[in-house]
Design a protein around this ligand. Sequence first.
Ligand code: 2P0
Length: 333
Amino acid sequence: MNIGKARAYTNIALIKYWGKKDDRLILPMNNSLSLTLDAFYTETSVQFTPELPTDRFYLDGQLQDDAQTKKISSFLDIVRHKYDVPLFAEVTSKNFVPTAAGLASSASGLAALAGACNAALDLSLTPEELSRLARRGSGSACRSIFGGFAEWQKGDSDDTSYAVQVSSDSWEDELAMLFVLVDDAQKDVSSRDGMKRTVETSVFYQGWLTAAAEDLITAKQAIKEKNFVSLGETAEANALRMHATTLGAMPPFTYWSPDSLKAMNLVRACRAEGISCYFTMDAGPNVKVLVQKKNQARLLAQFTEQFSENQLVMASAGPGIEILNSERSLTHD
Ligand code: 2P0
C-alpha cells in the first residue's frame, strides 16, 4: 500500500465555530470564517497495512498510548468505513511549532491526517470532498484545507457541510497575526466539551447565534472591501461574544487567565496609541492579535515590553494543504 504524506497549516477563526447541531457528523450551528497561518503546521504520513493488529500512532517521534490514539483511530474508522478499507494503519505525525508552546492544533492535525489518507488510498478527493472528510475528524480542520481566508458553510448534512475559499485578491498577504502564548497548562474544559455545554445550557446561546450570523456578513464585506478596521472590530467582538456564552453556561466556565486580560488590555492600549490591531481568543487562554504587516514591528515592540520573547510568535497568512509525496512501499505493494 502507498504511504501518503501531507502538510496542513493551522487556522484561526475570525468568526468562531461554537456549537454543534450534530455531534457525530460534526455539523456546526453556525458558519465560521478563518485565516490560515504559516507559523504552525502538522506533517503526517499514513500507511494502511495488513501487518498491523491495531492502529499505531507516533507523534513527534513518540509512540502514543491507546487514549492518545483514540481520536486518530476514530477518524481512521470513518475512512475505513467510507472507502471500504479493511486495514489498520501506521500514522506518523510531527507538529511544527516555533516554541514548546503546547499549541498543537486539532485543525492542522486532522486536516493533515485527512490529506495523508487521501494520498495513501489514492482517493483523488476534490478540495470540497477533502474538507468534508477533515470535518469528521475535527470541525475546524475543514477550514485548513484552504490557504488564506476560508468559510465553513454549516450546511445541514454530511454532504453539504464544508469549507470554501473566500477570495480576497491576496489581501491576506498584507496581514499578520501575533500569537501571545500566555499559558502552557492543560485546559480544563476541552473545546469539544465546552461548546457542548454551552449549546445545552448557556442562556446566551441564542444571542450568540443571532450575532454570529450578522458578524459573518460584516466580516465578508470587510474582506471584500479590504477594510481592516471593520474586519478587526468584527472579529474582536465576535470572539468576546463567543466567550460570553461560557459565562452563561451551567456550570459556568471561562478560558481566560489573568495574562489573557493583560494581553487584551495591551491591544486596547496599542490602539489608543494609533496601532490598528484587534485580538481574538479560542478555547484556551492564548491571545492572537490581528495586525497589518506595516504595523507588526510596532506591535511586537509593545508586546515585548510586557511579555517574554518566547511567548510571542508572529505569523503570516499560510497556504492550503500540501500533499508531500505518495511513495509506494517496497515490501507490501
Ligand atoms: C474555531 N474552535 O472556530 C473555534 C473557536 C475553538 C474556539 O474550532 O469538536 O477542535 O473537533 O469539532 O474544531 C476548536 O474546536 O472541535 C474550534 P471539534 P475543534 O476555531
